[in-house]
Design a protein around this ligand. Sequence first.
Ligand SMILES: CC(C)(COP(=O)(O)OP(=O)(O)OC[C@H]1O[C@@H](n2cnc3c(N)ncnc32)[C@H](O)[C@@H]1OP(=O)(O)O)[C@@H](O)C(=O)NCCC(=O)NCCS
Length: 187
Amino acid sequence: MNAKIIIDLINGDKFFSLNRLAAGTDIEFSCPIEEYNAYLNQEAIKSQDDMVAVTYLLRERSAGAIAAYMSVIADAIKLSAAEKELHNLDYPFKTLPAMKIAKLAVAGSFKERYRGIGSYMIDLAAGIATETYRERFACRFVTVDADIEHDQGVVAFYAKNGFVRNTEMNSKKSKTVNMRKDLFIKT
Ligand SMILES: CC(C)(COP(=O)(O)OP(=O)(O)OC[C@H]1O[C@@H](n2cnc3c(N)ncnc32)[C@H](O)[C@@H]1OP(=O)(O)O)[C@@H](O)C(=O)NCCC(=O)NCCS
């Protein structure tokens, strides 16, 4: 068996391109969770037209196949006093600006050939949020509702990518774990 190619921010652009979903795009995509396939096929373009979620497709440069997708939305998160202190955010308000990864999925066939596509998508999402801050409006965190209903392991996946749990935003009964990743880089 051939070794998997490891994708990261250094080589990712050589293999893949990220494009905003466009009307009339042929969608051929399959990950193990049917709900995520159905969303991309049936709901993503409507959500985008309704200004509710913007979807990005990661395509393999060689054949154009869809390797992964993510949908992103504006978000605001509540942080406790201790969490704000952790990030050096000495502000009287509880809510801070963020961008949420509302959906993220990697195609099963690509997971067989590559490692790191999911992490690469998070890096690209962080890039979009940072660009938004630089050019348009403030966005300090990338957030996610990690979907533990389908896979408990996703919390570990996000933790490996720099996310931590939001103590103010989670209840024990929830099917998701709300997490944040700080975009601030001290210069
Ligand atoms: C979760 C998902 C996006 C991860 O993508 P991926 O390309 O497999 O992830 P990466 O290769 O970047 O993995 C990075 C690290 O996280 C770990 N990891 C990835 N998915 C994991 C999971 N489900 N459970 C536990 N660990 C996981 C990897 O083993 C790897 O660890 P390592 O660096 O120690 O080797 C992908 O499995 C997927 O599409 N799942 C179905 C949809 C889904 O659950 N989306 C998230 C919903 S919030």
